[in-house]
Structure formats: C-alpha cells, structure tokens
Design a protein around this ligand. Structure first.
Ligand code: UTP
Length: 490
C-alpha cells in the first residue's frame, strides 16, 4: 500500500497535535507540493514524543549536574615509552599493525557540526587548513589515508558523518576533487539525525521558514546511532572491519590510524577507548577523563569542582590530568550492540544523556512569517556527546598523546591581523603544524631558525602523504638548514 501525501499530513498532524506543536503545520496550505513534501519529510525525521519529553526535562527545567559520589583520576598509558610499558607497547604495536594490515580498521570522521564559531561558508571539512598549500581538511585526511594504504598495502574504508545541512555540499566537494584519488567505493558519507530548536519562552518548536523547522544536528553523540541506521556498521561487518578510529573534522594533523593506540585498545579488550592530552592547567577547557563508580567517564571542565581540578599528586602533577580530545577507538560490535541490545522499555537501542545549550536561533515570526534574527539567546538546542558512551563500556582504556604531534584543531575564527592568534584558530593551527614539521626536521638534523621565544621563524609544511612520523623523512631529500622567514614545502 502506498502512502499518499494526505496520509502523511494526517500522521504528522496527529503526532504534532498530541504534543501541542501543531503550529509546525501552520503554513502547510500555502506551500506548493514540493515544499509540502519537504516539510513532511522533516517532520517524519523527528522523534516527537522524545521532543515532548525533553521540553519537560531540559527546556522547562534546567537539569542540574549532580556530582557523583566517587570520582577518581583515570589511569592512562603514557606517551613516553619507559621500561614499565616497553614490552606491552611492542606487543600492542605488533597487534595494531596486524589489525591494519588485515583490513580490520576503518576511519570515521564526524563532520556533521555546524562550525558556527569558525564562520566558514561551507562544510568545515572544505576549510583550507595547511600553512602553504592551504589544503582543505578533507584533503589532509585523504593524504593520511593514502599514506597508510601504501604503508600497509591495504584499503582503508573511510566513513564520513555529515548532517542534512551539509551533506549535499560535502558529497559535491568529494566529487569535485575526484574523491582525492581514493576509491569512491571505500568512502561512505551519511547524514546524522537532527533535533528542533525550542523557543525558550513559548517552548514551541521554531520554524526557520514556512516549509522548514529550525533543525540542527543532534550532537556528535548522534554518530553512534547514525553509524547503525545508515548501514555503515553493516558495511563494516561485511568488509570484516572490527575497529573504528573516530576523529573530528577540525584537526589537520590528527593521527587517523594509530597502530599503538589501536593495539593497546585491542589487547586490553576495550569497547571504546580515548586518547588524552595532559591538561596544561587545572581549568583548561577540556573534558576530564575520570573514573566514576568504576567506569571511565568524561566530566566537563565546568562540572569538575575546583578542589579536584587543582588537586596534585606527590610529584606535583595534576591528579585529574587527562583532557579529552575526542579521539577514540571503537569496536564495531560495541556500536552494533549499543543499537540492538534490549533496553528496559524493550524497544532496543540505547540513549545518551541530552545536553542543553541556550543559543541564538534565527527563525520566522509565526504571525507575520517574517524573519527574526535574535540578538540574545532565544532558544534551546539539545545535543548528545559521543564520550557519554564511555560509561557503557565493559572496558575502556586511555592513552596519552602529544599536543604538537597531533592536536592542531581549528574551531574559532582568526583574530584581526596583527593581533595574537586566537586559541584553536586557523592561525594557531598553522603555527602548530609548522612547529610539528620543525621538530621532525630537527630530528633529522635540519637546522631550523627559531626566534628568542623558541617559536619557528619560518613556515613549513610536510604533506602527510610524504610523512606521518619523523622517521619517514630519513631517506627524503632535506635541506641542511632553513633560512629565517622562509616558506618551505617539502
Ligand atoms: P564541535 O563541538 O567543535 O562543534 O564539534 P561544531 O559544530 O563543529 O562547531 P561550533 O561549535 O558550531 O563552532 C566537534 C566535532 O564533532 C562534529 C563536528 O563536525 C566536529 O568534527 N559534530 C558536532 C558532529 O558531527 N555533529 C554534531 O551534531 C556536532
């Protein structure tokens, strides 16, 4: 039996009226057929009973964070290799290398965010990120994948989560760039689900146009469902992929496939593991990877009490030192199980906690249908976070990484010229990329000019297709020294 547009309208109206959100269809009769179809498709994509429940719990009320009874620092594997870990790391590296060589590892880039802080017109992955070639983020990742594929002689499937807002533009970008020389059949882009913005005062779902709800992506936590519903997990199982390397779209130097991290995660039988950066100072704006009631759990920096954030061990090091940088390894069957296991309500699937944020959301006025651009936050957006799946793991490990080696995120817009680079901006990222390149060259006995404050007095770019470790430059043709102020592309 085919469903007519009249049936779809009736079902949508029933679902919306049941939760007092009937205004979503207010302009329906004024729309042409295509617009009606598009609005109904949006309505059908939203879980309305969940919206109603969340209006009660997260819009009418501000859920308070309750500090768990027992919070301990998470144990972690150190970045520096010492006698204590050497044997384990050798074995882990062997296991990680084997996983990759056997085609059991896929990479996953979450690229569904709106990138509002950066303010780039287009998907964030299309942003020019490197200091000299201005290579877009997606192209940086493609170079990394090319390198790994060559090194291990294996195809690495690449899954990219978009959102309905940037999906078409993302796919068009891959197409325009001929899939960056990778095989199209090994790249799968799929959109995540969306959630409506709710007016803070009226608690009504906002409309962005007569035929559109003000929807935004439901947070990177939505990736764990989208991986399953999109068929990506089924595709991985069919390919024999057992481990997924999760990375964000904003970091051009991320180690997309790290054999040691993957090997430790596999050896310890972990479901989902995390890389951490030692926090530079107690209240650094990174989630704190802790252990709560025996489970690895991320506590946001705003929720960790000062006395814990500032607590130090006998060596003077921060006790709660593990900063979350959103680099994870996930077992494919763990993600599958999350989506298929029975729950208390017997519906299957899983739920991550929702987080509320007050935001400025442009919309139309429901009486006049004119656009409204709020000056102050007018709406609640709700998102789930991927790290909230950590407490659902039987086992979860943490491995330390190094800032310069793999953390040069681009989140904020650049400051005006002449001003100091903002944190996590295109400029700070380029400086970090140059610093990493400089260290790799210095490790290969190239003289790099440095200013009195230690910063590199040059701009250097090493394509990841050439090197992803300093030792990859061993046989490269390198200059003996770099001139101060030079631009050097290796
Ligand atoms: P951020 O928290 O940096 O958010 O996302 P954002 O949306 O990119 O940027 P702002 O906050 O609007 O400026 C971290 C990572 O999670 C992805 C982003 O694409 C980025 O890789 N993400 C975020 C999603 O894939 N979906 C979401 O709903 C949110």
């Amino acid at each position: 039996m085919t469903t007519t547009i009249t049936d779809r309208y009736a079902a949508a109206k029933e679902a919306l009226d049941a939760i007092d959100q009937g205004h979503v269809l207010k302009f329906y009769d004024e729309l042409d057929e295509q617009q009606q179809d598009s609005l109904l498709t949006e309505i059908e994509g939203v879980d309305w009973p969940e919206v109603a429940a969340l209006i009660e719990t997260h819009v009418k009320n501000k859920p308070r964070f309750t500090l768990p009874g027992s919070i301990e620092p998470a144990p972690w594997y150190p970045y520096e290799v010492s006698d204590a870990v050497r044997a384990k790391y050798i074995e882990a590296r062997r296991v990680g290398d084997q996983l990759i060589r056997d085609g059991k590892v896929a990479v996953f880039t979450v690229a569904g965010g709106q990138g509002s802080r950066l303010g780039w017109d287009g998907p964030k992955g299309t942003f020019p990120a490197t200091p000299i070639r201005r290579l877009p983020l997606f192209a940086c990742f493609a170079e990394y994948i090319h390198n790994i594929q060559k090194r291990y002689g294996v195809a690495i499937p690449w899954y990219v989560m978009t959102s309905p807002l940037n999906h078409a533009d993302t796919v068009a970008f891959f197409e325009k760039n001929a899939w960056f020389g990778l095989k199209q059949e090994n790249i799968m882009c799929f959109p995540q689900a969306m959630f409506p913005a709710i007016d803070l005062q009226t608690r009504q779902v906002l409309m962005s146009a007569k035929d559109a709800i003000a929807l935004s992506p439901n947070g990177h936590g939505g990736s764990l469902k989208a991986l399953y519903t999109s068929g990506a997990i089924a595709d991985m199982l069919q390919r024999g992929v057992t481990q997924l390397s999760y990375t964000q779209v904003d970091n051009p130097i991320v180690r997309m496939v790290d054999p040691l991290f993957l090997g430790l995660h596999e050896l310890d039988g972990a479901d989902m593991s995390s890389k951490m950066l030692p926090k530079a100072y107690p209240k650094e704006k990174l989630g704190n990877i802790c252990v709560v009631d025996g489970k690895v759990t991320v506590i946001e920096y705003t929720n960790l009490p000062d006395e814990l954030a500032e607590q130090r061990d006998e060596d003077g090091e921060l006790s709660f030192k593990c900063g979350n940088v959103a680099l994870h390894a996930l077992r494919v069957d763990f993600v599958e199980k999350l989506n298929t296991r029975p729950t208390e309500t017997g519906t299957g699937g899983f739920a991550l906690p929702w987080n509320r944020a007050e935001k400025k959301v442009a919309h139309i006025d429901l009486d006049s249908a004119t656009p409204v651009k709020p000056e102050t936050p007018n709406a609640i957006k709700l998102e789930t976070f991927v790290f909230d799946a950590l407490p659902l793991c039987e086992t979860s490990i943490v491995y330390e990484t190094d800032r310069v080696d793999e953390f040069a995120p681009i989140k904020n817009a650049d400051t005006p010229e002449g001003e100091e680079a903002a944190n996590d901006s295109p400029e700070s990222s380029k400086q970090l990329q140059t610093e990493r390149a400089a260290r790799w060259l210095e490790a290969n006995r190239v003289k790099v000019p440095r200013r009195a404050d230690g910063t590199v007095d040059a701009v250097i770019e090493i394509p990841q297709v050439t090197a992803i470790y300093p030792e990859d430059l061993k046989d490269a043709k390198l200059p003996r020294a770099i001139e101060p102020g030079a631009e050097v592309l290796l």
